[in-house]
Write a protein that binds this ligand. Structure first.
Ligand code: DLL
Length: 406
């Protein structure tokens, strides 16, 4: 009997309700007969309700705290940890890392999957890992320089902060052996990639993953950096319409749904990630045969609605970065005045722009507002702020502050 069906009450009950038994699933295509799972299922069965193996087989727990309430808990057998290291090794190989690389791991160690997931994968690859974790930015830069670091792993927003600190410390990242960055855990745009690469001289690769499925290492960019290869021999991928749950044809944007094919402690059946992407049907020039998805530009629940217009933070990021002189530090503040929603976008600009005369600052502001209006079709209030004004995060950046009371 299948342990997932036998031991996880939630899956058992849902399948019974749909009159399905494990024997009905004979091929990968049959997966679409199974019911979806979503984040609330993990919350409702907190902490261990979705475990398919007895606790003595579970060798590691991680947890991810959402914005509200209890965290979700995820579990690994030794076999799951080996699988995780294996997909992480592939991720590193995709980014061009190998035995002999010196990897600075600035993802947070602890309950977050970023730290340890990256750590064991890099060790398995035969690289030298520096488990520095997030924070203490000046020390990060000292270590990067003194230890001859060749690859860095952290969130893209934190790396932008590292670049900035390096400049302040008089260290030119372009002169260091640092070659590659493996950035993920939050959405980032191609404009942000360009900024990172121009300012630091490294190659910036995207890594995607989520705790529920395994952590980092679900999908990764190869050296072509045109979409992320999903390691679909372990994680079965579907794209569905977020409203109806119906399958989307290749190339059409929709919600990524993932099913773990080999995970033991906490298998996930048709997990609704809320991450929006599409499948790239063409083969990749790199020769890998697993399919690619476009980079995750946003989540379906990241969207906010202002004056009837659906807005994603990544659209604002792209519009801001299209104007020369802006820095990739911004925050979107939503307020409501007399029943009317307002968006204020605070964005840092280079010291050169800031030292300009008031008149040209006004011109610059209207250029940014125009760029956003061109993208979204609505006028927003842009506030230029001095460099270093917006709070830096050591992990995932908080882009939207919603001060509207419902
Ligand atoms: O963020 C795992 C991770 C660690 C991935 C380190 C990459 C590097 P969670 O905290 O559970 O896990 O958050 C998962 O983060 O559903 C996406 O919405 C978002 N996310 C992760 N990677 C990317 C990415 C880790 N490359 C959630 N681009 C996911 C856009 C990403 N969003």
């Amino acid at each position: 009997m299948d342990p997932t069906y036998e031991h996880v009450d939630l899956y058992h009950a849902r399948m019974q309700k749909q009159n399905i038994i494990p024997d009905d699933i004979e091929s990968l295509d049959d997966i679409s007969k199974l019911p979806f799972t979503q984040k609330t299922d993990l919350r409702d069965t907190y902490p261990f309700g979705l475990f398919a193996r007895p606790m003595q087989d579970v060798v590691r727990l991680h947890a991810s705290s959402g914005t509200t309430g209890k965290p979700i808990v995820v579990a690994y057998t030794q076999g799951d940890l080996d699988l995780w290291s294996s997909v992480m090794m592939r991720t590193f190989a995709c980014a061009g890392l190998h035995h002999g690389d010196i990897v600075q791991n600035a993802y947070g160690y602890g309950l977050f999957t970023g730290g340890l997931g990256i750590h064991y994968g890099a060790e398995a690859l035969g690289a030298t890992v520096i488990p520095i974790s997030g924070g203490n930015t000046d020390r990060q830069i000292m270590v990067m320089k003194d230890f001859g670091v060749t690859a860095i792993c952290c969130t893209p927003s934190y790396f932008v902060h590292l670049i900035e600190r390096a400049v302040a410390m008089g260290i030119d990242l372009k002169q260091l052996p640092l070659r590659v960055g493996i950035f993920g855990a939050e959405p980032w745009t191609d404009a942000m990639r360009q900024h990172i690469e121009t300012e630091s001289g490294i190659r910036a690769c995207d890594i995607y993953g989520l705790s529920e499925i395994i952590g980092p290492g679900v999908a990764a960019e190869c050296y072509c950096r045109n979409g992320l290869h999903v390691f679909e021999d372990h994680f079965y991928l579907e794209i569905v319409d977020p409203e109806t749950g119906e399958a989307c044809p290749d190339g059409t944007e929709g919600e990524l749904v993932l099913t773990t094919l080999t995970k033991q402690a906490m298998p996930m059946i048709r997990y609704r990630t809320r991450d929006i992407t599409s499948v790239i049907p063409e083969p990749c020039p790199c020769g890998r045969t697993v399919r690619r998805i476009h980079r995750i530009s946003h989540r379906s629940d990241d969207m906010f609605i202002v004056r009837g217009v659906n807005v994603f933070p990544s659209q604002i990021e792209t519009a801001l970065m299209a104007v020369e002189g802006t820095l990739p530090h911004y925050q979107i503040i939503l307020t409501r005045q007399s029943g009317l929603d307002r968006i204020e976008v605070q964005v840092e600009v280079t010291p050169q722009v800031f030292s300009d005369k008031i008149r040209s600052l006004e011109y610059f502001k209207s250029e940014l507002a125009g760029s956003i209006e061109h993208t979204l079709g609505i006028r927003v209030n842009v506030q230029l702020v001095e460099p270093h004004t917006i709070q830096r995060s050591q992990g995932k950046a908080q882009r939207v502050i919603d001060r509207r009371d419902n």
